[in-house]
Write a protein that binds this ligand. Structure first.
Ligand SMILES: *[C@@H]1O[C@H](CO)[C@@H](O)[C@H](O)[C@H]1NC(C)=O
Length: 370
């Protein structure tokens, strides 16, 4: 009897125990569900903030119209281009120009038609991938730039050899050509060329000092592009912290000579420049920064002289001593280490060096006269 009662009691307590266990189990499941829900929400929000919108491609329904000539590359992308100077078939020198950051094939190179005629120069400029009317390249890289240039030249039958001028960030196209298609080059001019602060060829102290000369907001932007490219779209579009100074029209990044040039240029309309970012800032500006400041497959000191014999061609760097966007110390160092590069440090010029007709013409003359 007593034993029976004990069994009853213990059975009841066991049932109660199970119930409370179930209850605890239920609330645990609920907490997990809520936590998962919150996390999904946060990830969703972050994803939407970080994800770049799809580009508005030229010639697509609802996209901007195609107004300039384009070539179709092997992978289906189009590159839009512009020609200037002496006709391609008659020219002695063919020069392909790779424009800078937030720029396009339409920028006005201040070189006179007379000089182009005299030196027999044909100029081919093109919108780099994602800029202007050239299709975006989602796998754009330092390497893809050289092959875009080569394919453009081949489709337009520019010839076996051509010159390349790379300006500012567009200089990575120039370095890329020196690395991947040196046999196609007649010469290269890197004008106020951008530098990657993580190229291992720089002494750490030197690159740090140069990096610290930049505005703090630009340092952060470059760091995001290098370390967290997936975050760059968010960084460039968020409003909490200042991102890139150039996009805010900050005057501090210009030297006195740059400001003179800006004043003079503000009078002349820049035809076509309104189209630079028309397909979306991510495909042109952000991808440019990701490629330029990302991890490179090579660095300048891996390169060897593409013109070991005299009079085959030459490689030049043009650097403004007052340049506040690209500290001169780093390009000066590179040229000291690479004696096959002719280094031109212009005393009273800044980042807009090539917009001064005097220097622009000197750049072309030096390039084609060797
Ligand atoms: C261009 O450079 C030359 C030579 O240094 C200088 O005399 C001239 O003032 C510059 N032009 C402009 C618009 O800055």
């Amino acid at each position: 009897m007593a034993g029976n009662q004990t069994r009853k009691i213990s059975a009841a307590s066991a049932r109660a125990h199970t119930r409370s266990k179930q209850k605890r189990g239920n609330s645990f499941t609920m907490i997990v569900q809520i936590a998962v829900g919150v996390l999904v929400g946060i990830f969703g929000f972050v994803y939407l903030a970080v994800r770049a919108p799809s580009p508005r491609m030229c010639g697509s329904p609802g996209g901007p119209p195609v107004t300039s000539p384009r070539v179709k590359l092997g992978d289906g992308r189009h590159l839009s281009y512009k020609e200037r100077g002496v006709a391609k078939d008659e020219a002695k020198h063919k020069v392909i120009v790779s424009h800078g950051f937030d720029d396009s094939k339409d920028f006005n190179l201040p070189i006179s038609e007379e000089l182009l005629k005299e030196l027999q120069i044909y100029i081919l400029s093109y919108d780099r991938a994602g800029y202007g009317e050239s299709d975006p390249n989602p796998s754009r890289s330092v390497k893809s730039e050289a092959f875009d240039i080569q394919e453009l030249a081949d489709i337009l039958q520019v010839g076996q050899k051509f010159y390349v001028i790379g300006i500012s960030v567009g200089a990575y196209s120039g370095w890329s050509c020196l690395k991947y298609i040196p046999h196609r080059l007649s010469g290269v001019a890197l004008v106020v060329p951008f530098v990657n602060y993580w190229w291992p060829c720089f002494p750490l102290k030197l690159s740090k000092e140069a990096f610290n000369k930049l505005l703090v907001q630009d340092q952060w932007t470059i760091r995001v592009a290098h370390y967290a490219p997936w975050l760059l779209h968010w960084w460039m579009t968020q409003k909490w912290f200042p991102s890139m100074s150039a996009m805010e029209g900050k005057i501090e990044i210009f030297s006195p000579s740059d400001i003179n040039i800006i004043k003079r240029m503000s009078g002349t309309p820049m035809e076509g420049q309104e189209k630079v970012r028309q397909q979306g800032e991510h495909e042109c500006l952000h991808r440019d920064m990701m490629a330029a400041y990302g991890k490179w497959e090579f660095h300048p000191m891996d390169l060897s002289n593409p013109f070991p014999n005299d009079n085959e061609g030459s490689v030049h760097i043009w650097q403004g001593y007052e340049d506040k966007a690209i500290p001169f110390e780093l390009n000066r160092y590179l040229s000291e280490q690479l004696p096959w590069i002719q280094y031109h440090e212009v005393q009273d010029a800044g980042h807009l060096l090539i917009y001064n007709a005097t220097y622009c013409e000197s750049i072309f003359k030096a390039l084609v006269s060797s």
